[in-house]
Design a binder for this molecule. Structure first.
Ligand SMILES: Nc1nc2c(c(=O)[nH]1)N[C@H]1C(S)=C(S)[C@@H](COP(=O)(O)O)O[C@H]1N2
Ligand SMILES: [Mo]
Length: 406
């Protein structure tokens, strides 16, 4: 007899348990049809994101905004990019959540409840810029593997939490401490509990900065689940991968942290420039620390139309990792000449800065407005894509928008 395509009892049982209810007429469910209740959730709805955001990947979820979405001085949740390496943790209970500080270089490991952290240590609020190390990856040639971020994997939110340094002082760390490494609650894509999706960190000096927070709030509210609820490490100015979401444990290490995505090509670039596509030996790869100087024109949206004789006021943000942006310029002649923008100071260290410029166009026609930031060390953004590297990190090329005057 020809085998008919019935759903097996075991598949039905799995579906029922995932639905949390009996699939009453399950035996009649056409083969291959996924019950609506089991379909993938809508990530825009789920994470309260603007529907214009680009979904780069849904396993795991990765999405980014367009440049004009980032116009706010403090980025609001609907426009904050999402980058996950593993699976979102499920069923988080903040009332039983704990943070453990351990590692070779602590005097004695210590565990705190969230309530203890909040009541025992003073809270601080800072605006901190987080940019994915791979922001801008889409432009590298030859192409490199990973999410093909355009320009949107960056934001500056207002984070509230306690200082990591205060907690480390409370635990007591040894003089041989070199690095901290985080461990988080998100599962590896394989669901293998022995594997971590990501476990990165930073040198002790970065961990001890005043602005390095163990945050419980983003923009004055509980951190949204996808951005690390209920506790997140936030280390502004460094690749956002240092800012561990769903934080459960911090190890104080007597060596450079060797967790998941600390080695190989992950968040590392050739210590000295290489030719595009060239293979790089492991010992010639260096861990990315401060992110490079960069800027974004957030108004107007690229493709703006301007009536003849009218000036255009552009605005945007600039940031420079650990440094301050000290000069902001624009060009309307493809970089031949540059004029100064009005640039504001950061509200606090590691917050992005805002700029504006009023532009006069000489005649009707097509223009591009290019923006270029320079940091306090005198380092400026390159006009085109900078040095190629195996995973396509650190593209801080000038941002451009198109403007038509007619
Ligand atoms: N636990 C955990 N923390 C994490 C990640 C992750 O996958 N798991 N991704 C990192 C990376 S690579 C980036 S770019 C930022 C993204 O932060 P966001 O989703 O708030 O934009 O979180 C970092 N922290
Ligand atoms: Mo990232």
């Amino acid at each position: 007899m020809k085998r008919r395509k019935f759903i097996s009892q075991s598949t039905l049982a799995l579906m029922s348990s995932a639905l949390g209810a009996d699939l009453v007429f399950g035996a009649k469910l056409p083969h291959g049809l996924v019950p609506l209740g089991l379909a993938d959730p809508d990530p825009f709805e789920l994470f309260k994101k603007d529907r214009e955001m680009k979904l780069l990947n849904d396993k795991p979820y990765n999405m980014e905004p367009l440049a004009h979405h980032l116009d706010e001085e403090v980025t609001s949740n609907p426009y904050i990019f999402v980058r996950n390496n593993g699976l979102l943790p499920e069923k988080i209970d903040a009332s039983t959540w704990t943070l453990t500080i351990d590692g070779e270089s602590v005097v004695k490991p210590k565990t705190y409840t969230l309530q203890e952290l909040k009541s025992k240590f003073q809270s601080y609020t800072y605006q901190l810029t987080l940019e994915c190390g791979g922001n801008g990856r889409a432009e590298f040639d030859p192409p490199t593997k990973g999410n093909q971020w355009d320009i949107g994997a960056v934001y500056c939110a207002k984070w509230t939490g306690i200082r990591l340094k205060d907690v480390l002082a409370d635990v007591g760390i040894k003089s041989n401490a070199v690095y901290i490494g985080y461990h988080a609650a998100d599962e590896h894509l394989s669901r293998d509990p022995a594997k971590e999706s990501i476990s990165r960190g930073a040198p002790i000096a970065k961990a001890m900065q005043e602005e390095t927070l163990l945050a419980f709030q983003m923009n004055g509210e509980e951190i949204p689940l996808v951005h690390g609820y209920p506790l997140r490490l936030v280390a502004g100015g460094w690749p956002a991968s240092v800012s561990g979401k769903w934080l459960q444990r911090i190890s104080v290490r007597d060596r450079v942290h060797d967790g998941e995505k600390m080695g190989g090509d992950s968040y590392r670039v050739p210590c000295t420039p290489v030719a595009p596509g060239e293979a790089v030996k492991d010992e010639n790869m260096c861990i990315i620390e401060s992110m490079p100087v960069k800027s974004l024109i957030t108004y107007p949206k690229s493709g703006a139309m301007l009536p003849k004789g009218k000036n255009l006021t552009i605005r945007g943000h600039a940031w420079a990792g650990e440094y301050e942006v000290t000069k902001m310029e624009y060009s309307i002649d493809f970089g031949a000449t540059w004029k100064a923008c009005v640039l504001r100071k950061p509200v606090n260290r590691l917050a992005w800065q805002h700029f504006t410029a009023e532009i006069k166009f000489p005649q009707m026609g097509y223009y591009e407005v290019w923006a270029r930031a320079t940091d306090s060390r005198g380092v400026a953004q390159p006009m085109l894509v900078p040095g190629w590297n195996p995973k396509g990190y650190l593209n801080n090329a000038c941002h451009r928008i198109a403007v038509k005057v007619s």
